[in-house]
Each structure stands twice: as structure tokens, then as C-alpha cells.
Ligand binder design. Structure first.
Ligand SMILES: Nc1ncnc2c1ncn2[C@@H]1O[C@H](COP(=O)(O)OP(=O)(O)OP(=O)(O)O)[C@@H](O)[C@H]1O
Ligand SMILES: [Mg+2]
Length: 367
């Protein structure tokens, strides 16, 4: 009965909606494989620590907040939390909060009775009810309007939903996993996200690092996708040239794992005899970086973009006196680049020698 209702709901939505998917079905590749082998690559020490943390929190019913840039694997990790919980037999429902108009979002989440609003021709259950006994994954939770946020808080506290237009509360047993690619703490500061809901969601937080900050995952992911797409494309063997390997390791991956997957898929389509070379990779030249450094610069046109990227990373975890720290880094690197020549450094940066000397004194280069 429940199964029937879920599949009907899924079919409804897929036929109603032609834009971004509201709901995603389980990865077909993931059937008949063990949980650990299910399309998960966690090789970098930071990722291994994360996996251990996931394994520790998954069996509980704690609400989970997954934070990460686009393409870092938020949905995949949410599914993993579900699979490793005692709810694995129940439904996993993924809902993209950013895909609803403000007027529809509450009826989508909580359901409605017949006649609850113009156009509500029949009663319909919402996603919370659909996920009963399982896990509800609310993606892009930062996009929810404040009114819906209040109601979610209530559902979490009371463990029941009230459909729009109804007075009867329906008990539900749902584990909530939420994801965001924006800084929710900043959204709280800006008054766009309720503080009480933030604390309620943030019981267990999973921080998915951008791929450039867990470089040990890059090549294992490359091999994983080479094998997967190699099979799909019926290639007898797949291989990677040394220059391709270097280029993959030296790239900043702004689109993270999803971008890496697309790059490998495309490379296998165009490479010759299953051997991928650097020329087959088509990496975005704006995001090259020197191997081993966090977010550095290759090529004149890409320099500023890469710098902006590095700055954005600093803003994510702001230190005290950030401006002074950045200014010092600019002056110090320029001074070293000019081999401690003050005239050249001043000219390079376009600042007066007086200002330069003043700063150099502050940083302890001059007495
Ligand atoms: N650890 C991993 N091992 C193997 N594949 C992964 C891993 N993490 C992510 N992927 C793959 O990368 C792609 C993007 O993952 P996912 O959709 O979970 O990211 P996301 O953070 O939800 O992205 P977005 O913010 O754009 O919605 C998927 O194809 C997923 O299977
Ligand atoms: Mg996603």
C-alpha cells in the first residue's frame, strides 16, 4: 500500500514537472552491490574521516545537515546515511526546495485537503507523509521561505504534520536530512533563515570539502569513472597518460565531482584506443592551478579568476583581520618576487615607496 502510494506520487511529480527534478530515483547502478562498494570513493584522509563520521551518525535518528559546494556529493552522502540507518527498507525521498514557488511549497511538503486553496481539487499527501518510515532529503534548504521554515520546525518538534486546510494532525516517523550549498549561518545573520531551525537541523553536520581540498580523491575518482564509463562505452581497456594525470591533479575543479565525472566521460568518448591524454580533457583554463598549492594561478588570463577563487575560500572561514592578512600576503609576495628591491616592488604594485616602506616595517622586513 505504502509502496503503491510512493510510486504513484513519484509518477505524479515526474509527469507534472518538466524543469529541474524535484525527486530523484535511486541510482540504478547501486542495486546488487554492497554498501561500501556502491559508487563511493573516499580515499583522501579527510574523506576517510568523513566516511567514518557518516557511519557513526547514520544509525541514529539524528537530523543531519550536509554542507558543500555544488557537485561535492551531497545527495550521494544523504543516500548513504539512509542506507546505513535502520530505515533502509523505508522510502528515501529527495526534494529540491529551490524548485517550488513560494505559494506551492507548503502544500508540496505538508499536503493539502480538498478545497484548501483555489485549484486544490482533491486531497493530496505531502512529501513528509510520502517519506513516512524512511528519510526525507530536503535539498537546498536555504531556499525555503520563512513561513515554511516555521512549519518544518513544528513537524520536527511534534513529529506530526497537518495538511493545509485540515485540523487533524497526522503522526509521522521521518528522519530529516537537509543539504545546502550556501552558508546557512550567514543566512541566519541576514535574517533569511530561522536561527531555531538552523540549530535544530545542525545536530549532526557533514561538511563536504570541495574536491580541490581533498586531492587524494582525484585519481581514485578518475579511475572509478574511467572504469564505469569504459564499460558503458564497451572499451576493451582504458588508460591515462602521465600528462593527463598531471593536468587532472593540477585543476581546481570548480564543479567538483560532477565536473570530474563529465570530464572523464567526455574524454573517453573522444580519446583514441581508450588512452586519455591531456588534450582529451578539455578543462576550463580559468581554473588551472599549480599542483600542490591550494588555489594558485597559471596563465595571465586565468590569474584573477583563480585569485578570486582563493579569496572566496578564505571568506568561507574568515580569520580575524582578514583584510590586513590579505594585504600583507600581497606585499610580502611582491617584495620577495622583486628580490627585496623596494623601487621595483612599489612600481609592480603601483604604490608609493613611502607606503611600501611603512608596510614593510610593520611586517618586520625593515627596522
Ligand atoms: N564519493 C563519491 N564517489 C563516487 N562518486 C561520487 C562521490 N561523490 C559524488 N559522486 C558523484 O558525483 C556526482 C555529483 O554528486 P551529487 O549529486 O551527490 O552532488 P551534490 O552535492 O548533490 O551536487 P549539487 O549541489 O549540484 O546538487 C554524482 O554523479 C555522484 O554519484
Ligand atoms: Mg544535489
Amino acid at each position: 500500500m505504502d509502496k503503491y502510494r510512493d510510486s504513484k506520487k513519484i509518477a505524479d511529480v515526474l509527469s507534472d514537472f518538466h524543469g529541474e527534478p524535484l525527486i530523484t530515483l535511486p541510482d540504478p547502478d547501486s542495486h546488487a552491490m554492497s554498501i561500501r562498494a556502491t559508487a563511493l570513493v573516499f580515499a583522501d584522509p579527510a574523506s576517510i574521516r568523513l566516511l567514518e563520521y557518516i557511519e557513526r551518525i547514520a544509525p541514529s535518528d539524528a537530523t543531519v545537515l550536509i554542507i558543500g559546494e555544488t557537485g561535492t556529493g551531497k545527495e550521494l552522502v544523504a543516500r548513504q546515511v539512509h542506507k546505513l540507518s535502520h530505515r533502509q527498507e523505508g522510502p528515501f525521498i529527495a526534494v529540491n526546495c529551490g524548485a517550488f514557488s513560494e505559494s506551492l511549497v507548503e502544500s508540496e511538503l505538508f499536503g493539502h485537503e480538498r478545497g484548501a486553496f483555489t485549484g486544490a481539487l482533491s486531497a493530496r499527501s505531502g512529501w513528509f507523509e510520502a517519506a513516512n518510515g524512511g528519510t526525507l532529503f530536503l535539498d537546498e534548504i536555504g531556499d525555503l521561505p520563512l513561513s515554511a521554515q516555521v512549519k518544518i520546525l513544528r513537524v520536527l518538534q511534534e513529529r506530526e504534520v497537518v495538511r493545509l486546510g485540515s485540523r487533524t494532525a497526522i503522526p509521522i516517523d521521518v528522519r530529516l536530512v537537509a543539504a545546502t550549498n550556501i552558508n546557512l549561518a550567514a543566512a541566519v545573520q541576514a535574517g533569511r533563515f530561522r536561527e531555531d531551525l538552523y540549530y535544530r537541523l545542525n545536530v549532526a553536520a557533514l561538511d563536504l570539502l570541495p574536491l580541490r581540498e581533498r586531492p587524494g580523491d582525484i585519481l581514485p575518482l578518475v579511475w572509478y569513472f574511467m572504469e564505469r564509463y569504459g564499460k558503458r562505452l564497451a572499451l576493451a581497456s582504458v588508460d591515462l597518460s602521465t600528462d593527463a594525470e598531471r593536468a587532472l591533479l593540477g585543476y581546481a575543479w570548480p564543479g567538483n565531482i560532477r565536473e570530474l565525472e563529465n570530464v572523464i566521460h567526455h574524454a573517453l568518448l573522444i580519446c583514441k584506443n581508450g588512452k586519455v591524454t591531456a588534450a582529451d580533457l578539455h578543462l576550463n583554463p580559468d581554473f588551472g592551478m599549480l599542483y600542490g598549492s591550494a588555489s594558485l594561478v597559471v596563465g595571465a588570463t586565468s590569474s584573477l579568476k583563480s585569485l578570486e577563487h582563493a579569496l572566496a575560500a578564505l571568506y568561507e572561514q574568515p580569520a580575524d583581520n582578514l583584510f590586513d592578512t590579505i594585504e600583507e600576503a600581497i606585499i610580502r609576495t611582491a617584495y620577495e618576487y622583486c628580490e627585496s628591491n623596494q623601487v621595483q616592488t612599489g612600481r609592480l604594485l603601483g604604490i608609493s615607496r613611502n607606503i611600501l616602506r611603512h608596510r614593510l616595517k610593520r611586517y618586520g622586513y625593515l627596522t
